[in-house]
Design a protein. Structure first.
Length: 106
């Protein structure tokens, strides 16, 4: 296990605990600037947007909203598992984009 992952594990895990946890983890990482925590915070910012999209899709088509919500939930569970097990598991297909889009997370 890498030292960086060990040090960032708590912050990374907090990022996956509700929207508020993401912002708490973001503020905690401003001082420490841990790359493992940064990876997971970026993933969770993307998942928050995906969840908001699922709510918008639900208004248009309930089935589409439900499918998007299930995908969001599964990606969230995978991210939380990665944070706990000290692995950088990106969301399938769009996870690398989250890393590029949310570069404000340092």
């Amino acid at each position: 296990m890498s030292k960086v992952a060990n040090e960032g594990r708590t912050i990374a895990t907090i990022a996956y605990i509700t929207f508020i946890g993401t912002f708490i983890a973001f503020s905690m990482n401003l001082e420490k600037k841990n790359s493992f925590a940064r990876f997971h915070i970026r993933q969770m910012f993307g998942l928050i947007i995906l969840l908001m999209l699922s709510m918008a899709f639900y208004r248009v088509n309930e089935l589409l909203g439900d499918i998007t919500w299930v995908i969001s939930f599964l990606c969230w569970a995978m991210g939380l598992y990665g944070a706990i097990t000290k692995k950088e598991l990106a969301v399938p297909l769009i996870g690398p984009l989250f890393q590029r889009w949310f570069t404000f997370v340092q």
